[in-house]
Design a protein. Structure first.
Length: 165
Protein backbone atom coordinates (compact mmCIF):
# COMPACT_ATOMS: atom_id res chain seq x y z
CA UNK A 1 0.00 0.00 0.00
CA UNK A 2 1.76 3.15 -1.21
CA UNK A 3 1.32 6.49 0.55
CA UNK A 4 0.80 8.24 -2.78
CA UNK A 5 -1.91 6.03 -4.28
CA UNK A 6 -5.26 7.69 -4.94
CA UNK A 7 -7.73 4.87 -4.36
CA UNK A 8 -10.54 5.38 -1.86
CA UNK A 9 -9.48 5.22 1.76
CA UNK A 10 -5.78 5.19 0.98
CA UNK A 11 -3.50 7.50 2.88
CA UNK A 12 -1.96 10.20 0.66
CA UNK A 13 0.86 12.52 1.65
CA UNK A 14 1.77 14.88 -1.18
CA UNK A 15 2.89 18.52 -1.00
CA UNK A 16 -0.55 19.79 -2.12
CA UNK A 17 -2.80 16.88 -1.17
CA UNK A 18 -3.13 14.80 1.99
CA UNK A 19 -5.68 12.17 2.91
CA UNK A 20 -5.88 10.57 6.35
CA UNK A 21 -8.14 10.37 9.40
CA UNK A 22 -11.30 10.64 7.28
CA UNK A 23 -10.30 13.91 5.60
CA UNK A 24 -8.63 15.15 2.41
CA UNK A 25 -6.75 18.45 2.33
CA UNK A 26 -6.24 19.91 -1.14
CA UNK A 27 -4.20 23.08 -1.69
CA UNK A 28 -5.68 25.05 -4.59
CA UNK A 29 -5.11 28.39 -6.29
CA UNK A 30 -7.25 31.06 -4.60
CA UNK A 31 -9.48 32.40 -7.35
CA UNK A 32 -10.05 35.69 -5.51
CA UNK A 33 -6.40 36.76 -5.41
CA UNK A 34 -2.85 35.65 -6.14
CA UNK A 35 -2.67 33.42 -3.05
CA UNK A 36 -3.52 29.85 -2.20
CA UNK A 37 -6.33 28.16 -0.31
CA UNK A 38 -6.77 24.76 1.31
CA UNK A 39 -10.03 22.82 0.96
CA UNK A 40 -10.89 20.28 3.67
CA UNK A 41 -13.25 17.56 2.47
CA UNK A 42 -14.58 14.73 4.65
CA UNK A 43 -14.31 11.24 3.13
CA UNK A 44 -17.39 10.37 1.11
CA UNK A 45 -18.28 13.98 0.33
CA UNK A 46 -17.80 15.87 -2.92
CA UNK A 47 -17.95 19.42 -1.57
CA UNK A 48 -15.42 20.67 0.97
CA UNK A 49 -16.66 21.31 4.49
CA UNK A 50 -14.22 24.18 4.93
CA UNK A 51 -12.02 26.30 2.66
CA UNK A 52 -9.48 28.70 4.08
CA UNK A 53 -6.36 30.64 3.14
CA UNK A 54 -3.09 28.77 2.77
CA UNK A 55 0.44 30.03 3.38
CA UNK A 56 2.78 30.98 0.55
CA UNK A 57 6.09 29.17 0.33
CA UNK A 58 9.49 30.76 0.69
CA UNK A 59 9.55 31.75 -2.98
CA UNK A 60 6.37 33.85 -2.45
CA UNK A 61 4.93 32.21 -5.57
CA UNK A 62 4.05 28.61 -4.73
CA UNK A 63 2.16 27.29 -1.71
CA UNK A 64 3.87 25.97 1.37
CA UNK A 65 3.79 22.14 1.22
CA UNK A 66 1.42 20.29 3.53
CA UNK A 67 3.00 18.40 6.41
CA UNK A 68 1.80 16.26 9.30
CA UNK A 69 1.46 19.09 11.81
CA UNK A 70 -0.40 21.36 9.38
CA UNK A 71 -2.69 18.54 8.26
CA UNK A 72 -3.56 17.59 11.84
CA UNK A 73 -4.35 21.21 12.65
CA UNK A 74 -6.53 21.47 9.54
CA UNK A 75 -8.40 18.28 10.49
CA UNK A 76 -9.02 19.60 14.00
CA UNK A 77 -10.26 22.96 12.67
CA UNK A 78 -12.49 21.43 9.99
CA UNK A 79 -13.93 18.86 12.43
CA UNK A 80 -14.78 21.61 14.90
CA UNK A 81 -16.38 23.69 12.13
CA UNK A 82 -18.54 20.73 11.05
CA UNK A 83 -19.50 19.98 14.67
CA UNK A 84 -20.58 23.59 15.27
CA UNK A 85 -22.53 23.67 12.01
CA UNK A 86 -24.35 20.48 12.99
CA UNK A 87 -25.14 21.92 16.44
CA UNK A 88 -26.49 25.10 14.86
CA UNK A 89 -28.67 23.12 12.44
CA UNK A 90 -29.96 20.94 15.28
CA UNK A 91 -30.81 24.06 17.31
CA UNK A 92 -32.74 25.51 14.36
CA UNK A 93 -34.69 22.29 13.76
CA UNK A 94 -35.39 21.42 17.42
CA UNK A 95 -36.36 24.43 19.49
CA UNK A 96 -37.81 24.51 22.98
CA UNK A 97 -38.71 26.97 25.70
CA UNK A 98 -40.34 26.77 29.10
CA UNK A 99 -43.41 28.83 29.96
CA UNK A 100 -45.69 29.10 32.99
CA UNK A 101 -49.25 27.91 32.42
CA UNK A 102 -51.41 28.19 35.52
CA UNK A 103 -49.44 26.59 38.33
CA UNK A 104 -47.43 24.44 35.95
CA UNK A 105 -44.24 24.84 33.99
CA UNK A 106 -44.74 23.68 30.40
CA UNK A 107 -42.04 22.90 27.86
CA UNK A 108 -43.09 23.96 24.38
CA UNK A 109 -41.15 22.38 21.51
CA UNK A 110 -40.95 22.90 17.77
CA UNK A 111 -39.50 20.01 15.78
CA UNK A 112 -38.93 20.62 12.07
CA UNK A 113 -38.32 17.84 9.54
CA UNK A 114 -36.57 19.57 6.60
CA UNK A 115 -37.43 16.93 3.98
CA UNK A 116 -36.82 18.35 0.48
CA UNK A 117 -40.10 17.06 -0.95
CA UNK A 118 -42.40 17.22 2.06
CA UNK A 119 -41.07 19.34 4.95
CA UNK A 120 -43.12 19.26 8.12
CA UNK A 121 -43.12 20.49 11.69
CA UNK A 122 -44.78 19.62 14.99
CA UNK A 123 -45.49 21.98 17.85
CA UNK A 124 -45.64 20.15 21.15
CA UNK A 125 -46.27 20.83 24.82
CA UNK A 126 -45.16 18.72 27.77
CA UNK A 127 -46.04 19.18 31.41
CA UNK A 128 -43.71 19.07 34.39
CA UNK A 129 -43.97 15.27 34.62
CA UNK A 130 -43.04 14.99 30.91
CA UNK A 131 -46.63 14.10 30.01
CA UNK A 132 -47.70 15.13 26.52
CA UNK A 133 -50.24 17.96 26.76
CA UNK A 134 -50.54 18.59 23.02
CA UNK A 135 -48.98 17.96 19.63
CA UNK A 136 -50.17 19.79 16.55
CA UNK A 137 -48.78 19.99 13.03
CA UNK A 138 -47.59 23.44 11.97
CA UNK A 139 -45.91 24.87 8.90
CA UNK A 140 -42.12 24.30 8.77
CA UNK A 141 -41.83 28.09 8.62
CA UNK A 142 -43.58 28.46 12.01
CA UNK A 143 -41.63 30.75 14.36
CA UNK A 144 -41.61 29.66 18.00
CA UNK A 145 -41.63 32.66 20.32
CA UNK A 146 -42.51 32.99 23.99
CA UNK A 147 -45.55 35.12 23.09
CA UNK A 148 -46.85 32.50 20.64
CA UNK A 149 -46.25 29.67 23.12
CA UNK A 150 -48.08 31.54 25.88
CA UNK A 151 -50.99 32.40 23.57
CA UNK A 152 -51.22 28.74 22.49
CA UNK A 153 -51.29 27.63 26.15
CA UNK A 154 -53.93 30.27 27.01
CA UNK A 155 -56.10 28.90 24.18
CA UNK A 156 -55.91 25.40 25.65
CA UNK A 157 -53.23 24.17 23.23
CA UNK A 158 -55.76 24.01 20.41
CA UNK A 159 -54.62 23.41 16.86
CA UNK A 160 -56.96 26.15 15.65
CA UNK A 161 -55.32 28.79 17.86
CA UNK A 162 -51.93 28.00 16.31
CA UNK A 163 -53.26 28.37 12.77
CA UNK A 164 -54.80 31.76 13.61
CA UNK A 165 -51.74 33.02 15.48
Amino acid sequence: MSLNEDSDGERIQEPRRWRDNGWTAQVVKNEDDDGWAVAMTPDGRVEPALVGPWTMGRDKKNPKPLDTAAFNTLVKTASEFVRRSQQQLHAQLHQSLVISHGDERVTVTLDIEPDEENPSAVLGARGAGDEVLAQVPVAPSFKLTRARAEAWAAAGFSAESVRRG
